[in-house]
Ligand binder design. Structure first.
Ligand code: PRP
Length: 193
């Protein structure tokens, strides 16, 4: 017999519900906010073409949903970043493992991220893109603003969240939990094992 858990946790997470402390953002809350972001971005670009550039891997779920709310001529591409000299992207030296395949010269680029934490990843990427694209804007679903170490301009933010270990809707711990339909707080004993 499974432990009794609130309905939100058991939705789509029977296999791992014991690992989750609480649901921070429900699937419904996320869907409503993503639709709002899509409308805002559509309005702001005013029919101008945009290259939507997702930062892999965590962005895949958010990007797939956001794209369907963009009423704009879009190209879609991805980058993968890696860091060396550290076990976390946050403190290591950052490099591009996968560069964009599309030419960016003269284009408007909208970088899409799942979460901004220290800001190091995004600051590095925005610098790199500014040397290539005509314009760079940033859209992230989750902003852990209290953790910022490097200032970075976020043009579109889904939710500002507290400094908790969150998983789901694309976000992982040790590559797990990306498939949860909501954003949940992971129990400390899971990542402190
Ligand atoms: C996460 C997230 C950002 C970065 C943010 O990626 O997608 O790219 O960390 O952290 P920062 O603001 O401290 O630089 P992660 O390294 O977890 O890879 P993933 O997207 O493949 O899960």
């Amino acid at each position: 017999m499974m432990d009794e858990q609130p309905t939100e946790i058991s939705q789509g997470a029977v296999y791992c519900q014991r690992d989750l402390a609480s649901v921070l953002l429900t699937a419904e809350q996320i869907a409503a906010r993503v639709a709002e972001l899509g409308r805002q971005i559509t309005r702001d670009y005013g029919g101008q073409p945009v290259v939507v550039l997702g930062v892999l891997n965590g962005v895949v779920v958010f990007l797939a949903d956001l794209l369907r709310h963009l009423d704009l001529p879009c190209e879609v591409d991805f980058v993968t970043l890696a860091s060396y000299g550290s076990s976390t992207v946050s403190s290591g030296e950052i490099t591009l493992v996968r560069e964009p395949r599309l030419p960016l010269e003269g284009k408007r680029v909208l970088v899409v991220e799942d979460i901004v934490d220290t800001g190091r990843t995004l600051a590095w990427l925005v610098n790199w893109l500014r040397e290539r694209a005509a314009e760079v804007r940033v859209c992230c679903l989750l902003d852990k603003a209290s953790r910022r170490e490097v200032p970075v301009r976020l043009d579109y933010v889904g939710f500002e969240i507290p400094d908790a270990f969150v998983v789901g809707y694309g976000l992982d711990f040790a590559q797990a939990y990306r498939n949860l339909p909501y954003v949940a707080v992971l129990k400390p004993e899971v990542y402190q094992r």
